[in-house]
Design a protein around this ligand. Structure first.
Ligand code: HPA
Length: 272
């Protein structure tokens, strides 16, 4: 794997002479955030050796290099989900490469279902912690010491400094922000009413099908992480019908401008 990471990194570096400080993973319906980046160069996943190619509608699949909030960033426009059939190693491979390209901070975003009755569709939740409910872990297998430790620490997976800063920004910009625990599941089914209830009882505020694998790998390599989740549907309370994938994308797009503001200002104001 190390060889592959190095090979992919070398290829990208040969395409773009640009060392990003911040990596951003754009989730379902949030890909337009890339439109805010002053683009230096975009590289299509299909041209990158060892990169998986994304299959889901609404995920276009490219690395966008450029400036955002005055810092050098690289955004993954389109991510890989476990439910698509990729292995955990494939899902998280791009995060390994972004680290090798030079990032110190990883920003993750996703669409999720609310399991906290105080939430509403369209809310933005700062992820304070996660529960890995995938039933597997991307670090299973021989540990590569050059990448990180055998037993990584996960007590502050989502950097408290970034969380505090995000709330300061939201206050200033008059953006309502929720905070909570994200539980990651394989999907592709949405949850049954009993499953939503189970996750709420377990301490989750939102449930989704991504993010956890990438954050585990990011922490393995010592990256500092910030995560935002857009509540695109509610799994609990007065829920009549589950959303279609289109409705999830629509709700995510509606929250996008607010998310963009938070992400942009956070990048601008954090010290890395
Ligand atoms: N469950 C799981 N993943 C999701 C949901 C949900 O309700 N909404 C958006 N992604």
């Amino acid at each position: 794997m190390l060889q592959k990471i190095k090979e992919t990194t070398a290829y990208i570096q040969q395409c773009v002479n640009f060392e990003p400080e911040v990596g951003i993973i754009l989730g379902s319906g949030l890909g337009n955030l890339a439109g805010e980046i002053e683009v230096v160069k975009a590289v299509s996943y299909k041209d990158i050796p060892n990169f998986p190619v994304s299959t889901v509608k609404g995920h276009s699949g490219q690395l966008v290099f450029g400036y955002l909030g005055g810092k050098k960033v690289v955004a993954m426009q389109g991510r890989f989900h476990y439910y698509e059939g990729y292995t955990m190693q494939q899902v998280t491979f791009p995060v390994r490469v972004l680290k090798f390209l030079g990032i110190k901070m990883l920003i993750v975003s996703n669409a999720s279902g609310g399991t906290n009755t105080a939430f509403r569709v369209g809310d933005i939740m700062v992820i304070t912690d996660h529960i890995n409910h995938f039933g597997t872990n991307p670090l299973i297998g021989p540990n590569i010491e050059e990448l990180g430790p055998r037993f990584p620490e996960m007590s502050r997976a989502y950097d408290p400094v970034f969380i505090k800063k995000a709330f300061e920004i939201a206050d200033r910009e008059r953006i309502a922000l929720q905070k909570g625990v994200y539980i990651g599941v394989t999907g592709p089914t949405f949850e049954t009413p009993s499953e939503y209830k189970f996750f709420a009882i377990a301490g989750a505020d939102a449930v989704g099908m991504s993010t956890v694998p990438e954050v585990i790998v990011a922490r393995h390599m010592g990256l500092r992480v910030f995560g935002l989740s857009v509540i695109t549907d509610m799994g609990i309370g007065e829920v009549l019908e589950k959303p279609t994938h289109e409705e999830v994308l629509k709700a995510a797009s509606a929250a996008e401008p607010k998310m963009t503001t938070i992400v942009k200002k956070l990048i601008e104001e954090v010290e890395l």
